[in-house]
Design a protein around this ligand. Structure first.
Ligand code: MRU
Length: 350
């Protein structure tokens, strides 16, 4: 099995997701600026994986810092945090991870520590915390799998959009984690993977990851989902999330909203699997979720080949928001939430 991301003595090592499935190669980021570039350039992507990368980026930046005093180290921390926070705006796990690292930074400096002693404590604790966030993420995904597997049919085809698998997390996956858990319980699950235009996370990543695991996967283009739903060939839809507002409105990969509306029209359950770190309780509804707009060239080109007239204008909102009314249930590591989400999600935090 591959490792999506890991901490090594040389730096933060990650599988290069821009090269899959053609090549399975790993990149080592030796400084926080390289981690930030890897997040921005989609070498690593998927909300929980972005969170882990950001935490490791902070730890790496502080490890490499030449600050000799605590105020100077604090200045470096803010520069590192700002650079990482500026990479991708929608996945709230990025900001969640930086906030968690900031707490550890401050906690490491309590008491009257001399500069050298404080700096040493900060370095060691941030590295430990980043490794802990990775280990916790895998355990959280496994817990989500245990909760969510019962929602999937004993036998049948489940549709997923984008990649919410081991590649999008520390390991195991959110939506694909639930599918993995159901399969390991003996359920006869087959997967339809939307190709997920324009970045093709479904075609390149979900198909690769499931095939590697021996889970039957059939690739379809995004505009085929409605056809297969109407034919009764899809029993459930399960996706991940980049940010969930307090009322359950869910931002996920562009195209998720269309899939949810189609599922509703065809009376097919539509599930979201996400850790609590993806829930942004500061937002009452999905209207406040910032939507990343990526380069138009990602639409006018396919794997580097120009497919539209070079002068045509194009848009690339990377995410859309699915209103909570289309979501049958939200699966978290603490259990399953259903309408009314404002209450059920908040109960999971209690
Ligand atoms: O642009 P990406 O590839 O980072 O978008 C990823 C998604 O939309 C995933 O579905 C989401 O992050 C959940 S990953 C467990």
């Amino acid at each position: 099995m591959f490792r999506t991301i890991e901490w090594t003595d040389q730096g933060v090592r990650m599988i290069d997701q821009t090269r899959l499935p053609a090549e399975e190669i790993y990149r080592t980021c030796r400084d926080y600026t390289e981690v930030a570039e890897a997040i921005r350039g989609m070498v690593i992507r998927g909300a929980p994986a972005i969170g882990v990368a950001a935490a490791m980026g902070v730890a790496l930046g502080i490890k490499n810092s030449s600050a000799r005093t605590i105020p100077a180290l604090r200045g470096d921390f803010e520069r590192i945090a700002e650079t990482l926070a500026g990479t991708r705006p929608t996945a709230v796990n990025l900001f969640w991870a930086i906030a968690r690292m900031r707490r550890v930074f401050e906690d490491s400096l309590t008491g009257d520590k001399a500069d050298a002693q404080g700096i040493q404590a900060v370095r060691a604790n941030l590295e430990e915390e980043a490794k802990r966030i990775l280990a916790e993420d895998i355990a959280i995904n496994e817990a989500m799998g245990r909760h969510g597997a019962s929602l999937l049919p004993d036998s049948g085809t489940v549709l997923t959009h984008c990649n919410a698998g081991a590649l999008a997390t520390g390991g195991y996956g959110t939506a694909l984690g639930v599918i993995r858990a159901a399969v390991s319980q003996g359920k006869n699950i087959k997967v339809f993977a939307d190709e997920t235009r324009p970045f093709l996370q479904g075609a390149r990543l979900t198909a690769w990851e499931l095939a590697k695991d021996g889970i039957p996967v059939t690739l379809i283009t995004d505009n085929m989902a409605g056809h297969f739903m109407k034919q009764g060939q899809i029993k459930a839809v399960i996706v991940g999330a980049d940010r969930i507002a307090a009322n359950g409105d869910t931002a996920n990969k562009i195209g998720t909203y269309s899939v949810a509306v189609l599922a509703h029209e065809n009376r097919i359950p539509f599930y979201v699997a996400a850790p609590l770190s993806t829930i942004d309780r500061s937002l009452d509804s999905g209207e406040g979720i910032p939507i990343e707009e990526r380069a138009p060239a990602e639409v006018t080109q396919l794997c580097g080949v120009q497919i539209a007239p070079p002068s045509v204008s194009a848009r690339h909102p990377a995410f859309d928001v699915t209103p909570h009314r289309y979501i049958t249930a939200i699966i978290t590591e603490r259990g399953i939430a259903r309408e009314p989400y404002t209450q059920s999600l908040s109960a999971l935090f209690a």
